[in-house]
Design a protein around this ligand. Structure first.
Ligand SMILES: [Fe+2]
Ligand SMILES: [Fe+2]
Length: 323
């Protein structure tokens, strides 16, 4: 009986990473915390009460990572965060790692929601906004890749993978000499969309531990074409962005899919996407294998270049990762 009550009580609250609260001054929601796991949440701060600058950072430093807000205030909280994203990201008083962590949480939440919605207009609107935020943060600051890697999640979800690939694509493009902010925003947007075609693949296939059957492998190989087909007629995407979606599994020696084109036929942005896509997949947790270390993943990229992957891009990505 008490278990049922606990569960019911727990369902009334939404866990929230405390780091998010450190960034906004006054909160329109009540904040609760638990002194130890299993304890009932108790009120820490009522809504709209001014919080001292150091209060939440101190709590964070003491080891508290999660606080709770009433579930029925979840939407208000989400809106509050979204309204404040630009201000938070450009606030140089907030350490860059905290801002990166904030964008990671906000961005993954946005992607998770729109990818689930199956609404293309809403998806495009959100990824356009999110990639602008990424440009503000990544191209506007000296972002160190190792710090970025640390704040990112490394699970197998497509929204996490897409967020990471977009951040990495932007870093690599920047290092390769892309300077125009609009172009960098378009690149990160292409990264956010590159696996759009995967959203319709059943999870059972994406997370299957056993060897894939031929039919399942064919289903997986369709995702670049499916994504491209869904997006091809939109007038708010460029040709190069579409190529990030369509060509990110092609290889320079023609051994990739869906078409098997080679060399210069593969667009530059697609090649950028390919390098970081493989790196991301290798270094993330998958249900069927443990992640590779950064070192191991870079070695694998090295073996694939220059036959399958662009050698200069791999060199550049290694330089970024070893900074
Ligand atoms: Fe893919
Ligand atoms: Fe991918």
């Amino acid at each position: 009986m008490s278990n049922t009550l606990d569960t019911a009580k727990r369902q009334q609250f939404l866990p929230v990473p405390l780091v998010l609260l450190c960034l906004t001054k006054q909160l329109p929601v009540d904040v609760y915390w638990r002194s130890h796991s299993g304890a009932d949440p108790v009120l820490l701060r009522g809504h709209n009460i001014e919080v001292a600058d150091d209060e939440f950072p101190k709590l964070l430093a003491s080891g508290v990572e999660t606080v709770y807000i009433p579930r029925d205030q979840g939407e208000v909280f989400q809106k509050h965060l979204q309204d404040n994203v630009s201000n938070i990201l450009s606030d140089t008083d907030i350490p860059i790692d905290q801002r990166m962590s904030f964008l990671n949480t906000t961005g993954r939440t946005m992607l998770k929601e729109v990818f689930r919605s199956d609404n293309l207009d809403k998806t495009l609107e959100s990824v356009a906004l999110l990639s602008e935020h990424m440009t503000t943060l990544i191209s506007g600051n000296e972002v160190v890749a190792s710090e970025l890697l640390e704040v990112l999640n490394h699970d197998y979800h497509t929204y996490t993978h897409s967020y990471n690939v977009a951040s990495y694509s932007m870093l690599l493009a920047q290092e390769l000499g892309f300077r125009d902010e609009d172009e960098l925003t378009r690149i990160s947007m292409g990264g956010l969309l590159h696996d759009l075609g995967k959203l319709r693949i059943p999870n059972a296939i994406l997370t299957k531990k056993e060897r894939l059957t031929d039919a399942e492998w064919q289903t997986i190989q369709k995702h670049p074409t499916d994504g491209f087909t869904a997006l091809a007629e939109r007038d708010d995407l460029t040709f190069d962005q579409l190529m990030m979606v369509y060509q990110h599994h092609e290889k320079l020696d023609g051994s990739g899919y869906p078409v098997g084109i080679d060399g210069d036929e593969i667009s530059v942005l697609a090649r950028i996407c390919t390098v970081v896509d493989i790196f991301e997949a290798l270094t993330s947790n998958r249900p069927y294998r443990n992640p590779n270390s950064t070192r191991e993943a870079l070695d694998i990229l090295d073996q694939l270049a220059p036959d399958k992957l662009d050698g200069d891009m791999v060199k550049c990505w290694k330089a970024i990762m070893q900074k």
